[in-house]
Design a protein around this ligand. Sequence first.
Ligand code: TRP
Length: 334
Amino acid sequence: MAPSTARETIFSGIQPSGELHLGNYLGAVRNWVALQDSYRCFFCVVDYHAITQPFEPAEMPRRVRDMATDLLACGIDPARSTLFVQSAVPEHTELAWALSAVTPHGELGRMTQFKEKSEKNPDNINAGILTYPVLQAADILIYGATRVPVGEDQRQHLELAREIVRKWNARFGQTFAEPEALFSSTPKILGLDGQAKMSKSLGNTISLRENDESAWGKLRTAATDPARVRRTDPGDPDKCNIFTLHRFFSSAERQAEVRTGCTTAGIGCIDCKKWLFEGVKADLHRIRARREELLATPQAVDTILAEGARRARAVAAETMVRVRQRLGVAGPKD
Ligand code: TRP
């Protein structure tokens, strides 16, 4: 079934970091899966964004493919959503160039992520990390997306996309609608260290491809309420990152049991984690089964991505016709 155009359009992108981990899953992908029922969705693996950071070209195809496979395994449904790779739709980069002509340079330099990336890699402050949000705006606007499910860290980039729309429409006539961020209302998920945001590079998360033994090993040693030192000390679930995870994985009854058990020292942290692991395991197993099913059909993922790119490109090409008209530039002849 082709996605209906009557519904509002959603766009979101994810970097091809390779395998998905629990942080991506809880913070973004689970939400995307749920949104598929009510919106016309475009989900994109943004390989052209990824080249602005140090990377190995030989590894890129695998990173992209693993990410696409995991997204499908989590429940992105190609019958309802358009899943594709950014570089397969070259109109994104073309639109980014056009948008850069109305993007205030000063705003780009003020982006927190630009500053953070520059500090992290002082030897590689390339123009791409500066203009990164312009390509991100192009991703969204080329499909006329009005809703963008993102994490808090993308708030500034979304605000800038809205400013780009206002500037563009004022200069060239009404062309784009201002996209709105759709922040997930989920509690902030810290890594298993209980300190930093979950990330693969920090090693404080669980990969969705991890086996039970290794996943449990990480959960078993994960940080809990730091004030609960001895088994007999009562704990405070609201200060415990494991309890935050229970909110995602456990039933309301189980969460209530944890709260009582923890605050009365009726249960220990290991008991609490065992309960949590039941829920985590169920999700990991479901995702694994779906991944194995996909990988059992050779080319299945490639075919889905090719079809996604075809659908995306049809929409993107139409937008570019309008954009070039607005600009008075000719574009390709065929
Ligand atoms: N910058 C986003 C991130 O790192 C990924 C991204 C690229 C994106 N293009 C997008 C997200 C468009 C939302 C909409 O998470």
